[in-house]
Ligand binder design. Structure first.
Ligand code: NOJ
Length: 565
């Protein structure tokens, strides 16, 4: 179905048929040479996005912010960060996208604000209705009110001298948590949400949205938990009520899509949100599959990370395909601005970069659910190597390294180097590699963050000019997804669950059956099957000579083939 046909569909299923492209504005494209990506820079690249064939842009926060967490600390929800441009620039971007039939979803960050937001400033002064807009608690200056830990490291409480009380922040100390129990807070948020919807946006990605309801009394967390306190604020007692209220009073009046980000959420818990009347959310980012290479105590535990089994990965993905995507809907992703580059993490960014990046792309675009592509993935951008703490920008990585120092787990950066180079969110935040020009064509100025040195050969321009590139593979996959309903709506069935090299599955809709075979390894692998190969037609392969009418054979390292049977 063409983009325009889907846009005209009255049944609201456009977001099921859509492919989403995520933009991290700071690192996308700089139009005014200040070294920082900006909104006019994105508008300049709308033609590029159109040529890739994507349907929706998810724009990470562009609101006014002091940038302690690169925009996830919002100072004013209704104005644009000056480094990124103006509201007029934003209007122009929306128009340029809509003119090409591309929709725009915004990031909604309402678990917390910046500590520079007017609400927090007034709350510190106990000013009228703002007094209880955040979680304030009494207590001695030496002892936080409970033992909750911040997701970014250290305690989840900071003492505010001005008010003489502690305030809660699940993230950085500059990101105080909003008190959703207060109906004035909810009303203000709803007004703001409606204000954006009225501007004509097409939906929201909702940041950390499963954290907005905290257990009454904020009791101590169980010390044995990976993240102390998590049990008392993830899926809190009023979460469904708050989300459904937000939906009923705002979102339900518009033809928009919503995807809620929910860290630390099981597949069963995720399903709870997707039941009609339980949240109004269309789909959720849950991270079970991204836990496959965690250490025993989560990603930032000092050892044991980085290893993963394909069979375990298949089992987690298949569980989500069966319980979420089949029953409701799911979001399909491996990368975003918070995780390492996908080809470095799940592929081979050296010998088989092209093969493994196209294999991963085949995986992402052939599952049931809405696929999300993170900027730069479409031509195989990779991780970088960080040699010192000073080279990092990410508040979370820095917080985690500091915590390791403070707890005595490390005495030097060198000891955390492996961990940092595996997990840092900075990998995903290096500037887009547009060309082999200075600073990868990202800026004419001094880039806010170093460009990955490999931009001279890994860049969009080179990828566009080579018909066999990763970029063109993405383009072909997106086309296939738009053409073949079975790729969107077909039932998923896993084959060979225990095979540690091959990930194979079928997608079936009515009379049509597709088979996807991925050799997710750097060694050849033999695929055997009882399926009838006589009509098997190769729809797309990342190797030149994948034969039709033959399924049983040796698959080359990272070979990825889609067959129509
Ligand atoms: C999740 C966002 O994706 C991440 O970048 C941010 O730091 C936290 N939520 C806090 O807003």
């Amino acid at each position: 179905m063409s983009r325009t046909e889907v846009l005209e569909q009255p049944d609201g299923s456009w977001w099921k048929e859509a492919v989403v492209y995520q933009i991290y504005p700071r690192s996308f494209n700089d139009s005014n040479s200040d070294g920082i990506g900006d909104i006019p820079g994105i508008t300049e690249k709308v033609g590029y996005l159109d040529s890739l064939g994507i349907d929706v842009v998810w724009l990470c926060p562009v609101y006014d912010s002091p940038n302690h967490d690169n925009g996830y600390d919002i100072r004013d929800y209704r104005s644009i960060m000056s480094e990124f441009g103006t509201m007029a620039d934003w209007d122009a971007l929306l128009d340029a996208l809509h003119a090409r039939g591309i929709r725009l979803i915004m990031d909604l960050v309402v678990n917390h604000t910046s500590n520079e937001h007017e609400w927090f400033q007034r709350s510190r002064q106990r000013d009228g209705k703002y007094e209880d807009y955040y979680y304030w608690r009494d207590g001695s200056q030496d002892e936080p009110p409970n033992n909750w830990e911040s997701i970014f490291g250290g305690p989840a409480w900071t003492y505010d001298e001005k008010r003489g009380q502690w305030y809660l922040h699940l993230f950085d100390e500059n990101q105080p948590d909003l008190n959703w129990r207060n109906s004035d807070v909810r009303e203000d948020i709803k007004e703001m949400v409606t204000w954006w919807l009225e501007k004509g946006i097409d939906g929201f990605r909702m940041d950390a949205i499963n954290y907005i309801s905290k257990v009454e009394g904020l009791p101590d967390g169980d010390r044995s938990e990976r993240l102390v306190g998590h049990q008392h604020y993830a899926h809190g007692p009023r979460i469904h009520e708050y989300l459904q209220e937000l939906y009923d009073d705002t979102l339900s009046n518009y033809d928009v899509m919503t995807v809620g980000e929910m860290g630390g959420t099981s597949i069963d818990q995720t399903a709870e949100y997707l039941v009609e009347g339980r949240s109004g959310l269309d789909m959720i980012f849950q991270f079970n599959h991204l836990g496959v290479d965690d250490g025993p105590n989560g990603p930032w535990s000092p050892d044991g990370w980085g290893e993963w089994d394909l069979s375990e990965f298949k089992q987690i993905v298949s569980h989500a395909q069966e319980e979420l995507a089949a029953e409701f809907w799911d979001s399909i992703f491996l990368g975003n601005h918070d995780v390492p580059r996908i080809v470095s993490r799940f592929g081979d960014d050296e010998v088989y970069r092209e093969e493994s990046a196209t294999l991963i792309a085949t995986f992402l675009l052939t599952l049931r659910g809405t696929p999300y592509i993170y900027q730069g993935e479409e031509f195989g951008m990779t991780n970088v190597e960080f040699d010192a703490l000073e080279e990092l920008d990410d508040v979370m990585t820095i917080g985690k390294v500091e915590e390791l120092f403070e707890t005595g787990s490390i005495d030097s950066f060198e000891e955390a180097r492996g961990l940092v180079n595996y997990w840092s969110r900075d990998h995903a935040r290096t500037p887009m590699q547009w060309s082999d020009a200075a600073n990868s064509g990202f800026t004419d100025g001094e880039p806010w963050f170093d460009v990955n040195d490999n931009y001279r050969f890994i860049n969009a321009e080179v990828a566009l000019s080579n018909g066999d590139s990763i970029w063109h593979h993405y383009r072909s996959l997106i086309d296939l997804r738009h053409e073949i309903d079975t790729l969107v709506y077909g039932e998923y069935e896993l084959l060979l669950p225990d095979n540690e090299q091959l990930y194979a599955y079928t997608r079936t809709l009515d009379e049509e059956q597709l088979l996807v075979v991925l050799n997710w390894s750097d060694e050849p692998a033999i695929f055997t099957t009882e399926m009838d190969a006589s009509d098997a037609e190769v729809l797309l392969s990342n190797y030149e000579n994948s034969p039709s009418r033959q399924l049983e054979r040796e698959f080359q390292p990272y070979e990825a083939v889609i067959y129509r049977l």
